[in-house]
Design a protein around this ligand. Structure first.
Ligand code: NDP
Length: 280
């Protein structure tokens, strides 16, 4: 079994991006990311802190907009529109979740596609499904990068994703399909899940349930990518995969933490640098 070291890979990607940022600055372009957070979700605060740290490390300017829990949709959209027009801002990220009274889809629709570094605007989602140049959402983008760096064949592979969310499962389905994998996507209504997952050459777990994937669900020699981040009451972070068991059967596996998480942030940085390079 070989561990897919997302932490190390992300570090290398950030080092390369730092050089790209320096080159852009020489040309007078100072890449900038604006992050909007609504309310005070604790997990979101951690993710946002990590994103700001990554910006700092590679020299991307970072501005945070913290909106109160009772912010109206009108106020949120006004801020997004202001940032859309601000020529110094290259990327706009709305940290989810946002309070239930706000319409996240409308907010994503309002972020201009050219600054949509999370790839959640329907224009980018549509382009991904047409296999056209676009901003790819960061977690699927990071997973593809990991598979490619470790020379794990995607073309022709049976890839099985557990989870069909708009931010992970569905865009990952498109990414893998665009790379010629045969893709199956499973969800809570899937029958005989174990039979499906056992056929996977590449198995991706994006469920949000600690240690859900056991050795009985995995084929000998499979590549297993664990997207899950689950916090236990004791404050420990567990993935969606029972690592101790599954790592004995897998040929490649990502750890949690130190797998998909750091890659997600590295690819966000890559998208911000790309947006800045596209400046007119
Ligand atoms: P969602 O809750 O949006 O989606 C979970 C998916 O899992 C749903 O499609 C759901 O099915 C499916 N599911 C739930 N229970 C079962 C079951 N018993 N059998 C089969 N499928 C099931 O989660 P996200 O995609 O947003 O996140 C998934 C996990 O990944 C979370 O732990 C999250 O924290 C983590 N995450 C990590 C990131 C990273 O950078 N490492 C980035 C984003 C998320 P249905 O649609 O039928 O309800």
């Amino acid at each position: 079994m070989e561990l897919i070291d997302g932490k190390e890979l992300a570090k290398n990607i950030r080092a390369n991006l730092k050089e790209d940022v320096e080159a852009l600055k020489q040309k007078g372009i100072h890449p900038k990311l604006a992050v909007i957070m609504v309310g005070d979700d604790k997990a979101s605060a951690v993710y946002v802190r990590n994103k700001s740290k990554a910006c700092n490390e590679i020299g991307v300017e970072y501005e945070e907009f913290l909106l109160k829990e009772d912010t109206t949709m009108d106020e949120l959209l006004k801020l997004i529109e202001k940032l859309n027009k601000d020529a110094s801002v290259d990327g706009i990220l709305l940290q989810s979740p946002i309070p239930r009274h706000l319409d996240i889809n409308e907010a994503f629709r309002t972020i201009t596609p050219e600054k949509d570094v999370d790839g959640f605007n329907p224009v980018n989602v549509g382009k991904l499904s047409l296999n056209q140049e676009c901003f790819v959402s960061c977690t699927p983008y990071g997973i593809i990068k990991m598979l490619e760096t470790y020379n794990i064949p995607i073309e022709g592979a049976n890839a099985v994703i557990i989870g069909r969310s708009n931010i992970v499962g569905k865009p990952l389905l498109q990414c893998l399909l665009n790379k010629n994998a045969t893709v199956t996507i499973c969800h809570s209504k899937t029958k005989n899940l174990e039979e499906v997952t056992k056929r996977a050459d590449i198995l991706i777990a994006a469920i949000g349930k600690p240690e859900f994937v056991t050795e009985y669900m995995v084929k000998e020699g499979a590549t297993v990518i664990d997207v899950g981040i689950n916090r236990t009451e004791e404050g420990k972070i567990l993935g969606d995969v029972k690592f101790d068991e599954v790592s004995k059967k897998a040929s490649y596996i990502t750890p949690v933490p130190g797998g998909v998480g750091p890659m997600t942030i590295a690819m966000l940085m890559a998208n911000v640098v790309k947006a800045a390079s596209n400046r007119k």
